[in-house]
Design a protein around this ligand. Structure first.
Ligand code: NAI
Length: 313
């Protein structure tokens, strides 16, 4: 087992079941000390119990690993980080995994459906990561994972609240990747698919059984290892498939002093993805925009007309 975590301390939120449990078990097996956080409530974000986290801690200890339970809701991230510091003296890895679902179409959605989803997924990831950040900055080392979803990337019927929250987490991690770069704090997004109590209501039983959470675990384990050097990226795992999701921008078209009619007239070129280019960071995007402005300003196209200039330098 070459990817070891000896001397490292991880918080895995929502580690009492499903995907989080497998991350906690695997990290502990590889020498990591693990804070097993779980509120122990139901899948809709109500109720609480200590039994889920306790059970996973017992499993880890029975296998010879080191772990401690924490039962706080992720919105109280400082308490979860305190558990790591009080018991293990440091914090190196945060896997923001805790999650709930409150699926309902927009018209039937209540404030509670919206607020609870944002509280657990977005506020939770913020609160735990924010509390861990000063320790990571001071030790110049940190590995952070946030858990998004294909619903966050593509949207999904009946999941406007969940999809919005999962999408927010991508922007959160990508921003932390930039803020953490000079402190060797790396932040990335995971898009998993697995059978769990969260998905058993939306997937047929044979799919739930086939999509083992353990198929996702190896990717997450590598994403939080010290040899992993990517930051601000999205990685996906499910059914034994591992891959990445990236943003590409179409070449588009520069149109000087465009009117709505010019946009309509050029729609097929504006939306053409042939020759699309990968945009890695916001500074690459700003650089392109500046170059386009120069190109636009120096264009000799008549006012109100459209130039035939290429979109990108
Ligand atoms: P799960 O329901 O088995 O595990 C989530 C865990 O989070 C539960 O043990 C729950 O008690 C805990 N939790 C809920 N609210 C909490 C809170 N406020 N504080 C602390 N713990 C809390 O679900 P699963 O499938 O393992 O999901 C893990 C993560 O992966 C979630 O963020 C979910 O949205 C995400 N995800 C899962 C997918 C899947 O196919 N299973 C697909 C896309 C994303």
């Amino acid at each position: 087992m070459s990817l070891r975590f000896d001397g490292k301390v991880a918080i895995v939120t929502g580690a009492g079941g499903g995907l989080g449990r497998t991350y906690a078990l695997e990290l502990a097996k590889r020498g990591c000390k693990v804070v097993v956080n779980d509120l122990g409530g139901d899948r809709h974000g109500t109720s609480a119990s200590s039994s889920m986290a306790d059970k996973v801690v017992q499993e880890i200890k029975a296998a010879g690993g080191q772990a401690v339970a924490n039962y706080d809701s992720v919105e109280f991230g400082d308490k979860i980080v305190k558990t790591a510091i009080d018991n293990f003296g440091r914090i190196d890895i945060v896997i923001n995994n805790a999650g709930i679902l409150r699926d309902v179409s927009l018209l039937k959605m209540t404030e509670l459906d919206w607020d609870l989803i944002f509280k657990v997924h977005v506020k939770g990831a913020y609160a735990v990561t924010k509390a861990a950040w000063p320790y990571m900055r001071d030790q110049k080392y940190g590995r952070i994972v946030v858990t998004s979803s294909n619903a966050g990337v593509h949207g999904n019927f009946g999941q406007a609240n969940y999809a919005a929250a999962k999408s927010a987490l991508i922007g959160f991690a990508n921003s932390l990747a930039q803020e953490g770069a000079k402190y060797n704090i790396l932040a990335n997004t995971l898009v998993p698919t697995a059978g769990s109590r969260l998905t058993e209501t939306v997937m047929p039983k044979n799919l739930v059984d086939a999509l083992k959470p353990e198929y996702v675990t190896p990717l997450v384990t590598y994403m939080v290892h010290e040899s992993f050097q990517e930051s601000g990226k999205l990685f996906e795992a499910g059914a034994g498939w591992y891959g990445t999701i990236q943003y590409y921008k179409g070449k588009g078209k520069v149109i000087s002093n465009a009117s709505a009619d010019d946009i309509a007239k050029n729609w097929s070129t504006i939306t053409d993805m042939a020759g699309a280019e990968f945009i890695g960071t916001i500074s690459e995007q700003s650089g392109r925009l500046m170059a386009l402005l120069d190109e636009n300003e120096s264009s000799s196209a008549p006012s109100g007309g459209s130039s035939s200039g290429s979109a990108f330098p």
